[in-house]
Ligand binder design. Structure first.
Ligand code: NI
Length: 310
């Protein structure tokens, strides 16, 4: 599926390399925000962004380059907001819990919010403020290359109790890659996360949702990561507007669900207060992916049973 902004992003990037071309004279008309939006449009996790021949429509997403934002201040919360309850939940899921998850069968209205393709220097901190005000822990599937650009954002994410997952180093479609390249994508992203924030990812999400069963088994065996897909996809990367993103998530969420969203996009972050507050009013409680996996009845039973002597 070809998004019109792909063309814009391509022209912009091309023009920036060509110097004196016609496009370059148009550059001052493109605001920094416009550039961020156009580059953001190049990246998505949704399978719909894979072209019909199975390859990525745009190739690897270009990391968004910008300067640091030392002037950023955490905004005060406007009025009372619903608050996720304090929960002392186990996050140690069994290695035998499974290899692929789109949701987790749990008893209770638990849901895991996941945000892909960050860190982003402005949108991710803004989202973190919203989550902190509501006592919510989410899971961030980060791109290693962006982690290297904005390690301080990942450090803050971890410091505020969120989980970091492996979303590869360059956001390539793994199902088209050989084992050595898949290993390299996983290893480089894992190492970037460790360098930035001193933690190890425990799960992975494949870019565009594309990962062969054989590759899932390889990654689970060698890295210990289950492959985490999703049960709720608001197609937020198409930027349908914050209210549409919120209503799609509110209508599609079920207990044990895993919600796919992208903190790369400002509209997605704009949608989160209505989304989160609506789910809290519906009685949902927010957990990380690892906490959700650890709730799985079968995994708990296996963990409790331990390894009985034969
Ligand atoms: Ni992605």
């Amino acid at each position: 599926m070809k998004h019109p902004l792909h063309t814009l992003g391509y022209k912009f990037l091309t023009a920036s390399l060509e110097g004196d071309s016609q496009e370059s004279r148009l550059l001052p008309k493109l605001s920094r925000r416009g550039f961020l939006l156009s580059t953001a449009a190049l990246s998505s996790c949704s399978a719909a962004s894979v072209s019909s021949n199975g390859s990525s429509a745009t190739g690897p997403a270009a990391p968004v380059r910008t300067t640091a934002n030392p002037g950023y201040r955490t905004p005060s919360v406007q009025g009372p907001v619903p608050r996720n309850p304090d929960m002392n939940l186990n996050s140690n899921f069994s290695r035998n819990a499974g290899i692929t998850f789109t949701r987790v069968p749990v008893s209770g209205k638990y849901v895991a919010l996941t945000f892909d393709d960050g860190p982003h220097p402005q949108n991710t901190p803004r989202l973190l403020d919203m989550l902190r005000a509501r006592n919510i822990k989410a899971t961030f599937y980060v791109i290693g290359r962006s982690v290297d650009l904005y390690p301080q954002v990942v450090r803050r994410t971890v410091a505020e109790g969120h989980e970091i997952g492996n979303h590869t180093y360059t956001h390539r479609l793994l199902s088209k890659l050989g084992d050595a390249e898949v290993r390299q994508e996983m290893t480089r992203c894992r190492d970037s996360i460790a360098r930035a924030a001193g933690v190890q990812p425990r799960t992975m999400r494949p870019p565009y949702g594309g990962l062969l069963q054989r590759q899932r088994e390889l990654i689970h065996s060698e890295f210990g990561y289950p492959t985490i897909l999703w049960s709720v996809d608001p197609l937020d990367w198409k930027r349908p507007g914050p209210s549409v993103v919120a209503s799609r998530i509110l209508n599609a969420t079920t207990p044990g669900g895993i919600v796919l969203a992208h903190d790369l996009h400002s509209q997605t972050v704009d949608a989160m207060p209505a989304t989160i507050d609506g789910l809290l009013r519906q009685g949902y409680r927010f957990v990380t992916v690892s906490q959700l996996l650890a709730m799985q009845p079968s995994a708990n039973a296996q963990a409790a049973a331990g390894a009985p002597a034969p």
